[in-house]
Structures are given as structure tokens and as C-alpha cells.
Design a protein around this ligand. Structure first.
Ligand code: ZN
Length: 475
């Protein structure tokens, strides 16, 4: 038995311990920040990827895969972009024993790999919109302390890149991405804010950036992903041009949508508790674990029944795991609670004789499920568990915020703060200094639980124009 650190008072230690003890990632690889996906962690990642693929393809995006290496000449074409990234990239400078004429970059993100090819693919307005996505490894030379899933040097990355007819069409694509993210976060039971980042914190090369932030305890937030409107900032230097119906040559307006393994980090951080990880059934490596409880004087009937039930559930499309080892049931309960399996079925002789098994969900709620229609019973328990987990996360989310009226209130804050902001950069920096963190930005859509009219700017007192904004300490 391991003693997990307290989530509330020692959040980061708790997070690291849960990832390790739940066996989701092995950080003992020889390169810092490049972690090994264990079988258990990989299963969760594969389930997450299925959700991403389902939701993005529902909006008309197609899968592609571009190469990992980018010529330095292409990488340097968009000035702001290269300035934002060049301190963070890994370089390949040798091929065999010779120096390369043109050094190569290990992609930190793929704009500069994809857009030279978009320039070949896009010819006419009939080629638009062009919506493609890939799920690949990207690489960043991270110098800060790395943390599994949250800050790593090799990132399991989802990126959509699009070309649209014009500014309005690109805005519509951004809205479509916001909808896709709502569905993805819904499947994970993760509440979040969609915030337009301040000018000084937008993606390098973007016209504007919208990021998704989830509170993860105290004043801490985790950025779950982002959507960017590029206008023609990249299309111009990369020569992406199409012929409009009137025969004129125009640059498309572009968007990107980026997500990563951080979503798994968020699932651990948001749903996890004093007993360990808690997975919603959508991404759980196993949805159900079956634990036989043999009696001393029986002839293996309990084990046989447990195996039959596991086979029935798998046949029904459930990810089920039969834990038939010779440990005591209590040790198995403990392990699978630590690893966050949504539902445990206890198969004992007494229950079997009564034609039922005991189901215990990861929130500790018990039910007796008739063996005759076990498939339906398990489906109902999992749906109910997902609902309850989402509600628990929602309640914690709503309790994460506290309005602030003065800069002094931000110092040492142990909650995410909502406040009025006039939009001026100087006021923004004053807010960031006061909370010793970041001004996350302004809500993209009205937040139902905030009063409609925001208070005066917390820094300068201006009342016009002023908007709601959030300040926090990003994890
Ligand atoms: Zn102000």
C-alpha cells in the first residue's frame, strides 16, 4: 500500500504519485521529458485518440501525416513563428558523418512542414475548405521541470490545419472547433473555460488564440488545448494562393486546432482523488475489472463463472479485465481503485448462487447486478458513474472561482480569480504581477454563472470598455 500525498495541500506531488502508482507512464527513460507509454497508459491514450478522431471527422476533417523533419529554410519563413519557437526546437545537423547543407528541425508543431505542401494542394476556390488533421509526436526542448503528460519533450499531439476562403469562413471554422472541443471535453467529463488569450500570450504568428483552461486545484489551471485564427499570416510567406470565382488570386485564411496527451493529464488531475486515478469510461484502459472471490472449499466454480462473465462483456464490446491472480481480493480492490477503473465486479459463491454479482463503482457506490442481463446492468452502471463523475467535477469547477475587486486580493490567491479588465496591456501585466501568474484572457462566450456586466478594471478602474477576465497560475 502506498500513501498518496494530499491532493489539496500537495497537488503536484499527488499528481506525480498517481501517474506513477497507476502505472500510466514510465519516466525512467534516458532522455528527460521523453517518457515511456506503458501498456496501461497506452490503452488510455488509444481511447482518447478514438474520441478525437470521431469528433474532428464529424466536422469534415480528413487524416494526413506529414514528415517529422522540417528543413530550416521552411521553418524560418514566418518571422513571429520562428521567434516564438527557435529556442525550443531540437536540431538535426548531421546526416551520417557529414554536416547537412540545410539543417533539419524536429517538428515542434507542423505549420512549417504542412504549409509548403498546402501551397501545392490549394489552387482554386474549389479546393477550399481544406481541413486536415494528424496525430503525431512533436518535440520541444523543454528546459523547465518536466511532468508526465503535462510538460514533456516528446508530445503526443493532435493538430488540425485548415485553409478557408476568407476571414469569416476561418472564424466559422474556429467556432466549429469550439463545438468539437465541447464534445471531446464532454466525453471526458471535463469542465473548462474557453478564453481568448491576451495579445502578448497568443500563439506565435496567430491573429488571435483561444485556449481551453481547466482549474486543477487552488489557483492552478491546466491549458487543455487551443484554437488559432491565422488570417493570412502564414499563407503569405508560404505562398498559399487560390483563384477566386472572379479570377483574382487570393490568400486563404487559416486556422489550427491543437490538443495533446495533456487531456490525459487533465483527466488524472481533475477526476483523481485520495485513492488515486479515476477514469471516465470513455478513456478508461479497462471499463470493468472482474475479481473472483473463491471460497476455500469450492472446486473452481467461482473462477469459471468470473471467466464466463469477462468473456460475455468483451463479446459485448466492453473493455473488461479478469484479475484472476492469487492475491487476496482486498489487494486487488486497492490496485484497481488506484488505477482508476470505473467499475469492479465481485464474483463470489454466495452472489453466484443468488444469480447476481456485486458491482462497486470508483465512487464507491454498490449495486447488485443480475447475471442474466449483466451486459445491460454494466452499461447502466457505467452511464450512471460517468454522470456522477461529471457532476462531481462540475461542482469542484464552480467552487474554483472567486471574484476579485482589487489587485491586492490577487496576492497569494488560492482560487482562480474572475475580474474586470479594460483590455490594456499595462493593466494585464499589473494583474499578472499581482497574482504571480497569468491573465488567462476573456471568455469567448458568455459564462452563465458570471453576472452579465463586469466590474470596473481591477487595475485602472476604467468602466468602459471593460470585460470579464480570469487570472490564475498555469500548471
Ligand atoms: Zn485597465
Amino acid at each position: 500500500m502506498v500513501e498518496l500525498p494530499d491532493k489539496r495541500t500537495a497537488f503536484v506531488d499527488w499528481y506525480l504519485a498517481v501517474v506513477e502508482e497507476a502505472n500510466l507512464s514510465d519516466k525512467r527513460y534516458g532522455v528527460k521529458g521523453m517518457n515511456v507509454w506503458t501498456p496501461y497508459g497506452f490503452r488510455a491514450r488509444r481511447n482518447l485518440d478514438r474520441i478525437l478522431v470521431r469528433e474532428i471527422e464529424a466536422t469534415g476533417s480528413e487524416p494526413v501525416e506529414f514528415p517529422t523533419l522540417i528543413p530550416a529554410t521552411e521553418f524560418a519563413k514566418e518571422k513571429e513563428h520562428i521567434q516564438g519557437f527557435d529556442a525550443q526546437v531540437f536540431w538535426v545537423t548531421k546526416g551520417g558523418l557529414s554536416e547537412l547543407d540545410v539543417p533539419l528541425v524536429l517538428r515542434p508543431t507542423s505549420e512549417t512542414a504542412i504549409y509548403p505542401v498546402f501551397a501545392l494542394w490549394v489552387r482554386s476556390h474549389r479546393d477550399l475548405p481544406l481541413n486536415v488533421y494528424q496525430i503525431v509526436s512533436t518535440f520541444r526542448y523543454e528546459t523547465k521541470t518536466t511532468r508526465p503528460f503535462v510538460r514533456v519533450r516528446e508530445i503526443h499531439f493532435f493538430e488540425e490545419h485548415t485553409c478557408q476562403l476568407d476571414d469569416d469562413a476561418a472564424t466559422a471554422r474556429v467556432r466549429s472547433n469550439l463545438g468539437a472541443f465541447r464534445a471531446i471535453a464532454g466525453a471526458l467529463g471535463l469542465p473548462y473555460l474557453a478564453l481568448r488569450r491576451p495579445e502578448w500570450d497568443k500563439f506565435a504568428g496567430a491573429h488571435y488564440s483561444i485556449a481551453f483552461d481547466a482549474p486543477v486545484g487552488g489557483a492552478r489551471t491546466l491549458q487543455l488545448g487551443s484554437v488559432h485564427h491565422y488570417r493570412d499570416n502564414f499563407a503569405k510567406p508560404y505562398g498559399i494562393v487560390y483563384e477566386a470565382p472572379d479570377g483574382t488570386q487570393r490568400h486563404p485564411h487559416q486556422t489550427t486546432f491543437g490538443l495533446s496527451e495533456r487531456l490525459l493529464g487533465a483527466v488524472v488531475a481533475v477526476h483523481g482523488d485520495a485513492k488515486g486515478a479515476v477514469f471516465p469510461s470513455s478513456v478508461a484502459p479497462y471499463e470493468v475489472v472482474i475479481v473472483p472471490i473463491p471460497s476455500p472449499d469450492e472446486d473452481g466454480g467461482t473462477a469459471r463463472l468470473a471467466r464466463t462473465l469477462a468473456e460475455r462483456l468483451e463479446h459485448h464490446g466492453r473493455r473488461a479485465f479478469l484479475d484472476g491472480g492469487d492475491e487476496r481480493p482486498g489487494a486487488k480492490y486497492y490496485r484497481w481503485e488506484l488505477r482508476g477503473v470505473p467499475l469492479r465486479l465481485e464474483v463470489g459463491r454466495r452472489e453466484a448462487a443468488a444469480g447476481a454479482v456485486t458491482a462497486v463503482d470508483r465512487l464507491g457506490r454498490k449495486a447488485s447486478l443480475p447475471i442474466a442481463d449483466l451486459e445491460d446492468g454494466v452499461a447502466a452502471r457505467l452511464a450512471d458513474f460517468d454522470r456522477a463523475l461529471t457532476e462531481r467535477a462540475g461542482a469542484a469547477f464552480r467552487a474554483s472561482f472567486l471574484p476579485a475587486a482589487t489587485l491586492a486580493e490577487l496576492a497569494g490567491s488560492d482560487q482562480v480569480r474572475s475580474l474586470g479588465w479594460c483590455g490594456e496591456e499595462a493593466c494585464g501585466h499589473a494583474i499578472e504581477q499581482a497574482i504571480d501568474g497569468a491573465l488567462l484572457g476573456t471568455p469567448e462566450d458568455p459564462v452563465p454563472w458570471l453576472p452579465g456586466s463586469p466590474p470596473a478594471c481591477i487595475a485602472c478602474g476604467s468602466t468602459s470598455p471593460v470585460r470579464w477576465a480570469f487570472a490564475a497560475q498555469p500548471m
